[in-house]
Design a protein around this ligand. Sequence first.
Ligand code: ADP
Ligand code: MG
Length: 337
Amino acid sequence: MKIKVLNPEVVMKIAAGEVVSGPSSVVKELVENSLDAQADNITVEILDGGKSLIKVDDNGIGMAENELELSILPHTTSKIFSIEDLYQLKTFGFRGEALSSISRVSRMKMTSKPSESEVGTMLEILGGKIIEKKRVNSSNGTKIEIMDLFFNIPARRKFLKSDSAEGRYVTEIIEKFAFTNNINLTYIRENKEIYKFSSDMDLITKCLKIYPELKKDDLIEIEHNDSVYKISGVISQPKVGRNNRTAQHFFVNNRYIKAASLYSVLEKGYGEMLEKSIHPYGIIFIEISPDMVDVNVHPQKLEVKFTDEQKIASLLKKVVREALKKNTHFTMEFISS
Ligand code: ADP
Ligand code: MG
């Protein structure tokens, strides 16, 4: 064996690759930063599935010149100071790695202005290095543009899917943000405005925008609230569904999770009412005390562990059944078991 120390350039690119898997993960990191910066007006734009351009513009607290320069260095964050802070995290970010990683594998332009500053700052960064800095007139908030993702890692760029597939992943991320946040969120894909959500839209209205094949009557609200668990959201009438589970979304304490076991619990709630090979729509929010759920905080890990998985499952099934009982004109022998 010939052990060698890796060149720092290679180390950086490997680390960046772990955070940035493609355009959709860049969009996720940037929008989370905007939300952490208390923005309630966010515009996301992509070109060529995000491979040529990803632009996120927000009206959040912004960054002063020195903060802007710091933000693209590794392990710089304004969100935690000690390891204890991790256990009462109220922000999406805390690792201080997204901007530094993204900036190293793209051409990036950042413009930001905090409300207390007269002027904003614009930085242009190429492969992690600042190549231009100037003062600019801009509105309060932050605008980040990512051009030519992975331009300096051709092997990686080659592994990106087609523009339309990468664009679709971005669209899915935007939809999840829309479900969980009451903000003004505009999404422009290949010069076309796809979504314009506004802060006062309710969940059903958002669903009808995202799933134009649905009518208002196709959806039923669900709600359960005791001192420990809160379950809310919307599900579809039993006759309405898809042939896959792409319209089932679960959020725990407002974080999106992949919960294979909950998908089948949702469908068990429908029992016999659900036609074979039909999968209902379901946008479901579970709220529980943070100490009853172990959210694995690794950026890509979307799995969670509940201390009482059985209890959540039986509650969810019950909530779904009761909502269906109240809202469908089916004979109820089917679901009384
Ligand atoms: P993290 O979110 O984990 O702190 P990031 O690399 O994503 O790390 O961002 C680094 C820092 O840059 C953040 O902690 C925040 O202070 C600042 N920042 C990033 N994006 C924005 C934004 N849109 N508005 C204001 N500040 C931002
Ligand atoms: Mg972040």
